[in-house]
Design a protein around this ligand. Sequence first.
Ligand SMILES: [Zn+2]
Length: 59
Amino acid sequence: MDQMPEDDYNERPLTACPVCSAEVDLSWAEVGERVVCTVCGAGMLVVSLEPPEVEAEEE
Ligand SMILES: [Zn+2]
């Protein structure tokens, strides 16, 4: 097996989209910031980075 740089992935703050459960990368996000799911386009609010957690945005 080749060596995989999995550590980089594990250190990324990934969470799941509250709408479609797609992975949402919070690497560049800050608490209180609004992020948009790249899969379904739903807006969500970053409530925590450790652990990475988002809250569905009310529309
Ligand atoms: Zn989504």
